[in-house]
Design a protein around this ligand. Structure first.
Ligand SMILES: C[S@@+](CC[C@H](N)C(=O)[O-])C[C@H]1O[C@@H](n2cnc3c(N)ncnc32)[C@H](O)[C@@H]1O
Length: 212
């Protein structure tokens, strides 16, 4: 069996190809864009404030959120991805960092987007990721998750093209988010398009408004 590269090295190795593949992908994804727009509107309605895309890769979602009027920056564990993002979107801030230990103060953000980035966390580690998202989000801040849905199966590893990833029952991820202090605002399942293998899951959540 081939040993899995750590996530950062695995994404470093494919970053250029991934960036080319992903650059204009959102143009065709009507439902995905609708959800990103809903997230952006909720953050703007709450008074805007800083938003982070965690696991931003080449920055195309970060740039899309900027176009939707958000004050947004990106964080990724892959230095090559961050170099590509900085090069492509010179007006935006991108930082190398790990989303399970963010260099951000408590309550620093009004929004967090994890667009297919928690997918690489081992299932037992996901509660700690959600706790970190909750820590950096101000009370009432919004969290948007996109992931591969498991279509009736329990959480399961699959042969993602870059490195091991997990498909999740949407209810299980919603339960973990709730346990971390998030309330569900809404959810969306999208069937795979041509060329895609798995159903897509999306959860829109809001951090509890009471003091921690
Ligand atoms: C499938 S890509 C998605 C990239 C981007 N969100 C997009 O949609 O184009 C997953 C990204 O998450 C990053 N990532 C995975 N685990 C991470 C972690 N613990 N902290 C920060 N970034 C991480 C990877 O380096 C990779 O760039």
């Amino acid at each position: 069996m081939t040993e899995q590269l750590p996530t950062a090295a695995a994404y470093d190795a494919v970053a250029v190809r991934y960036a080319e593949f992903a650059r204009n992908e959102l143009d065709a994804l009507v439902l995905d864009r609708a959800l990103l727009a809903a997230f952006a509107e909720l953050v703007r309605t709450d008074g805007a404030g800083p938003v982070a895309e965690l696991g931003c890769g080449p920055g195309r979602v970060t740039a899309h959120l900027r176009d939707l009027g958000l004050d947004v920056f990106g964080v990724d564990v892959s230095p090559v991805m961050i170099d590509l993002a900085r090069e492509a979107y010179r007006d935006l801030r991108f930082e190398v960092g790990s989303m399970e230990a963010l260099e951000l103060a408590d309550d620093a953000l009004h929004g967090v987007v994890s667009w297919y980035s928690v997918i690489h966390a081992a299932p037992q580690d996901v509660p700690a990721y959600f706790a970190e998202f909750r820590r950096v989000l101000a009370p009432g801040g919004h969290l948007l998750l996109a992931f591969f849905e498991s279509e009736g199966e329990p959480v399961t590893a699959f042969d993602h093209q870059v490195t091991t990833a997990y498909r999740w029952p949407i209810d299980d991820l919603a339960d973990l988010a709730r346990a971390a202090g998030f309330a569900e605002v809404g959810r969306m399942l999208r069937e795979p398009r041509e060329g895609e293998r798995h159903r897509r899951g999306h959860l829109l959540l809001r951090g509890a408004t009471e003091q921690r």
